[in-house]
Write a protein that binds this ligand. Sequence first.
Ligand SMILES: *[C@@H]1O[C@H](CO)[C@@H](O)[C@H](O)[C@H]1NC(C)=O
Ligand SMILES: *[C@@H]1O[C@H](CO)[C@@H](O)[C@H](O)[C@H]1NC(C)=O
Length: 341
Amino acid sequence: MERSLLASLLCVWALSSLSAASVDVIEQCPERILGNERRQTCPKKCQQDKECGNKRQCLCDGQCGLSCVAPGRMCPWPLPPGNNFDVALLSPSPSFSALLEVRCKPGFTMHNGLDTTIRRCQGDRQWSGDEPVCTASSGGGLAAEPVLVPEVSCSLPDDDDLLSVQGSASVGSTIRYHCSSGSVLIGNSVVCPPPKEVERGHLVAVQRTEYEVGETIYYLCKKSFLLDGPNQVTCLPNGTWSAEPACRARCPVPAQRSRVIVGGEKRWPYDLTDGVVAHGENVTFFCKHPEKLCSFTATEVCVDGQLKQPSCYLDPTWLQFKLFPHRLVSEIDACDPDDLQ
Ligand SMILES: *[C@@H]1O[C@H](CO)[C@@H](O)[C@H](O)[C@H]1NC(C)=O
Ligand SMILES: *[C@@H]1O[C@H](CO)[C@@H](O)[C@H](O)[C@H]1NC(C)=O
């Protein structure tokens, strides 16, 4: 098979974001297995769409292999209520290749010992497999005879040149496919889940359960909070958002009667707007040399509302501030670099 075609077949988005348990993989289709079939009929065998006439496509139909099927065909749905089991449709509609989960009620199992099975909507408009039968599992505790429970898994494409697979293939789990660069994800459309809400801010968007690739959403922070990250995020082709912005709080400056350096300027804290600095801003404090009458500096950064006071910093008293403003540590000469060795 040509590499590009193989890429197209393999790189099928297999995740329906609405259902936690849908796995729908187009893998290389098995050959039609004759004799080993529960089905009454298989549609016409094919290799390509053009062998199928204009209303049908050449699609993988489970044990029938590649067959001419009408993809719009529906399997029976809803199903009549079952004895001792519940059914749930795992795909958006009961059309060809849709998946149906059958789950026995608590305390009941199927004859293979499992309590869940998955059925697929076939080209003959029937759900795959036998009609489920759930019977009471023997008496509550452990059965006398241990039942070997086979691990039920989907088979996964293994061409890791083209795509990477995250997650386990066991029934009921969700799998994400990522195409490597150069190949493109086709098939079911990829969507992004709603972007993360931001504390102390809002998303400027209509609330939806999913967003299309390329859609952009804007973030705004509430007054006095600073946006950390871009002000917009875009839904990427792999179903994730391009960024996760956050709204960060400003920091009160833990100094009152001493100047500090903010944004390259030496200022009194009460001259700063609201006495605060923005997230990410550096604040440089003046500390006194332990023995000499000179100052050195220590810088702290405002991180989301938290600005530490450097351990060497001591806020002057009110009397010092009022009576000897020129002797405040922030106003005396800087120490000679040699004094600080
Ligand atoms: C999705 O794509 C972006 C950009 O190519 C990448 O940075 C990010 O890691 C991808 N996410 C996942 C979960 O693969
Ligand atoms: C704060 O200081 C650090 C380290 O010197 C520097 O990398 C950063 O750019 C400064 N931040 C601002 C807002 O000036």
